[in-house]
Design a binder for this molecule. Sequence first.
Ligand SMILES: *Cc1c(COP(=O)(O)O)cnc(C)c1O
Length: 497
Amino acid sequence: MKYISTRSDEAVSAEEALLLGLAKDGGLYLPDQLPKPFIDFDQIKDFSYAELATFILAPFLPDIPVEDLRSLVQKAYEDTFDTDEIVPVKRITEAFSVAEMFHGRTCAFKDLALSLFPYLLVWAKGKNKKIKKVLILTATSGDTGKAALEGFRDVPGVDIMVFYPSEGVSPLQKDQMQKQVGHNVSVVGIDGHFDDAQSALKEIFNSSLRSEMEEKGIYFSSANSINIGRLLPQIVYYAWIWLKAVKNHSIEKNEPFNVVVPTGNFGNILSAWLAKQIGVPVGKLICASNENKILADFFATGVYDMHRPFHVTESPSMDILISSNFERFLSYVVCDKKQIVKDMKDLKETGVYSISPEALKRAIGEITGEWVSPNEMEEAIRRMYDDYDYLIDPHTAVAYAVYHKLRRRGEIPRHTHTVIIATAHPYKFPFAMAEALGMKSEGTPYDVLRELEKETNVTIPSALGALEEKEKRFTKTISKDEVESVVEFYAKQLLER
Ligand SMILES: *Cc1c(COP(=O)(O)O)cnc(C)c1O
């Protein structure tokens, strides 16, 4: 299998796609051909998470010998999650379950991919003798940064820089990043939004600095979901959720289940869509947005329009207007690369593009978009706690609220089962949780965590509790125009090491 850019016919091997992150034409890599559905329930039903991951990833990474892949996957998921189930699926009622994707090292779903991605990248690096160092450049809306830092810290041959919106992440997320340990890491705040950080890095991926450094053996890559190394491991958990939902007696073995995904950069939901293409029986695929509802509007109108206010919400990982992976989905529904190039150019220059009615029809046939207000999100946190004694974080609450909205409107068939994707541990957002639940929200984030623990009996994950005592290492904030020079400085230092 080769990987091909969304904007041209530039095809590369999996290892090159992993190393490059973003294609040199500015597009994103996709498999040149999706494997035909190859998943059979009876074949996979007794697999462990690592076995399932090996089985699903092998066709996508044909250059890695299966035995090697198996050992990488085992290392990735061994002792990095607080449960052997990796992703527990809690059946809440006959109608819906919650897939808990927050049992990794940083308490967010990003851990599922970022526990494995460093191993894949190091493998790819090993195949190319010209590379001295890989410098990972990552923009984060809060969770990717920390998960990537944990995944890459002290990995030989790789350094990582993370850029986060300095006022756009929760206090705990900020602590997680500013207090990161490791000799090969750097964390920088940006005076702006996630989109500013992401765009600045995309510029660097297309810059002369990148080619200059490449000649000297320093390769820039990305840990964002623009990298296929993020996307592919995320396919696995949709098959896992399927197995668990059957075991919980929520569905019959080949019965479709709906999925509601709280969406930002469109990576998670795109993985669900890919899982469906290879044979996981996903029914309705629902893209849930917060007030930054550019995707919901797109699915309603076929117009992607950035001319709108940006809202800072309690679900910061969804506060995104330029949803990168959407370009990948678009390329499947538009089926015309010249058109994609034009749309992306229009987006950059005018802030808007639109697709044809036929393409929109195809898009809506695949994915349903909906959004909810901050009040609906808060109400969803309260409702889940009051009705089922279960805590969900603000991102998951957006998905849960969207689920109710669609169900009320009859858009989710009554007798089908739905899985809400829980993307973060509720305690990553202590203030938002305490406020939604009417509990005391004074003092430091850790005071509020203790209060929440006392009131709800949900234990503080050690990964979060232990932060309180750690020292801040990275407190610098820069403007978005300074990103390139900061990267250049760091990259040049790498040359001297
Ligand atoms: C990253 C993230 C999202 C958005 O996922 P995408 O793949 O970017 O759409 C949603 N919720 C949480 C908690 C996240 O960390």
